[in-house]
Every structure is written in C-alpha cells, then in structure tokens.
Design a protein around this ligand. Sequence first.
Ligand SMILES: O=C(O)C(=O)CO
Length: 445
Amino acid sequence: MIRNREELAETPAHETALDCIAAGIEATQPTRVMSEALDRDGSTLTIGDTTVVLDEYSEIVVVGGGKAAAQMANVIEDVLGDRLTDGVVVTNDPQETDRIAVVEGSHPTPNEAGEEGARRVLSLADGATEETLVLCLISGGGSALLPAPVDGVSLAELQSLTDDLLSSGATIHEINAVRKHLSAIKGGRLAAAAAPATVHSLLLSDVVGDDPSIIASGPTVPDESTYADARDVLDRYDIRPSAAIVERLENGDGERSETPTADDPAFERTELHMLANGFTALAAARSVAEEHGYTPVILSSQVEGEAREAAKTHAAIADEALATGNPVSPPAVLLSGGETTVTLDGDGSGGPNQEFVLSGALTSTSADVVVASVDTDGKDGASDVAGAIADRDALDDERRARAALAANDVYPYLAERGLVVDTGKTGTNVNDLRVLVVGESDDTR
Ligand SMILES: O=C(O)C(=O)CO
C-alpha cells in the first residue's frame, strides 16, 4: 500500500503514522465498504440498517457513476446474482464485471463516452416502473463522469465551461450548482427519471461535510440550488460561457422552473445510504493509533482552508499537548480529515498535503512531533505522490524549506530527503488524512 514504507519508517512514531494512513486507506476501499454494508439472505437484501424485500420487485437495475463505480458494481452483482436484471455505470477506473455494463468516461473533463454512458443510465431509469428496484451507485468524480447536457447545450460547451470552473477557484458546492442546472441527470433528475420506481442510492462521499446533493452533483437527491445561484457563481468568478448556456441559465427549460426539491414526488420512494466518508478513514486510523499505545484524538473530519495555515494550527495543538498535556497527554496521535487547498504564488510542484507537512514540521518546536498527511486517493495536488511525512529534524536546510514553500515547490525539497509518501493510485477517495504523532509510546519501542 505505501510503496516506500521501509524508507519512511524511521522511528516507531513514523511507523505509527504510516500504519494509521494505511488503515484509513484500507478501510475506505469501495469493495470493502460495499461488502461490509450489503448482505443478502434469499429475498432479503440489507443495506446498512435498511431491509429491502427483493420479491416486491419484478426487476432490479443498477445505475451509477463515479471513480469507484466499477468496484461498487462488482460487489453488488455478486450479492444480487440472478436477481439482477440490468445495469450500467460510468467510471474512469474500469474493471471487468459480469452483468453490469461498465462505460469508461473521463475525469475531470467529461467526454463523449461519458455522455453516452450517462444517456444509457438515464434510459434505464426512464424504463423503470413501480415494480422496479433501482440501485444507484454514486461516488466522487460522478459529475464529470456522468455528463448529460440539457437540450440545446453541447458537450463541447460543457467541457469548456467545466475547465473554466475547475480553474476558477470555485468550491465544489459552487461548481456543482452550475453543473446541476445544465444537466438532464444531476440535481435529482435521475430520481425524477426513475419515478415511480423505488430508488436506493449507495454513496461514497468525497465531499467535506458529506452533503449528498453535492456528491457527484446528487443525481438522486433533492436540489435546493437555483438557476440564480448558478448565474451568481459564473458572475463571481467572471466566467463567460457560451450563449446557449447563458440562455439556459436565464430561462430554465421552459417547463420546469427549477431542479426538483425535497417536496417533489420524484423523491417519495428514494432512500440514501452513506457507506463511507472521511470519518471512516479517521476511525480506522484511530483504532490503529490505539493499538500502537497512543491516545488518539480526532480533531475534525472537516478541516479546510490554506494547507500551510491549517498545518500551523495542527502543530500548535501538538506542541500544546507536549507542553501541558492538553487537549491530550502524549503519547498521542492527532487526526484530522477534510480538504485543504493551496493558493498558488509560484509554479513549482507539490500539493496541499506536502505543503501541510512541510509547514507543520517547520512550525512545531519539537522533534517529538511527526507530521504526516496524504490525499487518500494517492495523488496530492498535481503531483504523483500521496503526501509526505516529516519531523523537525528531517528539515536540514530550513532556509530552503521556507523558500520551497514560498515558491509552491515543496515536492523536490521533500523528495530529495526521502520524505514523500508514495501509495500509487489507491482506489479510494475520501479526501485528506492527517496524522500527527506526539511523543513516543513505550509499546512501540
Ligand atoms: O461532483 C463530483 O464529481 C465530485 O467529485 C464531488 O463529489
């Protein structure tokens, strides 16, 4: 899992941090999460705490999209076997399946194959009746992987707008408010297509705070955002889309004034199941920290903001723990999740997790604090590594470290010192996982 673990496992504290990271990534593997959440006993399917009686339905179809869609599809077709009637999902990480068609789309810019897949998903949902059980598999990346531009808007126009939105600095909430108002599938429209079928949506969250209407732009979730919100986002970031998009966002589709909201009949028979999120990774890391003899504290699963600034706060908490035993007495492991960002001043290489580690290790006044941080998908920012791990002693040339941070060029600095964490593509995607090991446990010596 961590390819260069041996090189990084310098001390027991480093080993603990690496084991926490590995556990978080492992616990949120889509295949594992789906297998744990689903159980079938004859005609009874359980999804978490919910029981679904399969005999009540004449057909069962599976639809969905996202980076984890193929892994999810594989598990569900194993569970359902012959009871599965049909299915199609769109992903950028395909796998072989037996019964559910897997279409390879593209991310982050949508492509023709994704559009064709999204149309197939919509058509399966459209054909559903009151006697159909629709199981919808949703994970991060679904917005790009399931493009179904509304009539009058072309894929090329959507592609160009997507690129503009992604480079604008807009949040995922803002970006998806726009996407939902230009799509025949997002913002609850897939549920509307499937009504009056029963729809159970199985979600893996890559969104801080887990708002299901944001994850993959909520194809089966009521949407409270409006055309006016979408127009505001474009104004705020000074984005000028094609005339067809402007016209659509001004006038809607002529029939429906807004995307379906919670009181829409489309949602009478829909249920959401959140199978895993950033907290799942933190909880797994917490157990491992305990096993290694540390007292774990989950600070928050929702840390956002500038990576280097968030790191200073985390380092201050670690230093406080060492100095006064608050909020926890060492040996301790501080954990957090969420998604920090980098405001680019330079054009070097690195990512938010690497900047977090460098800034955190520079801030802490003690070499008894090991700072580690990774993006759980294995790719930190635009780099090819997941993140980094360091303590203060590892930063042998502080002046260069500070210069690297100032130039947003931390990767070379960290890589030269053997401090980057390399996991390769992990198959999961629940944002960042940060681990600060404070002091050293006797158990691990
Ligand atoms: O909207 C998306 O596709 C995201 O990745 C957030 O879930």
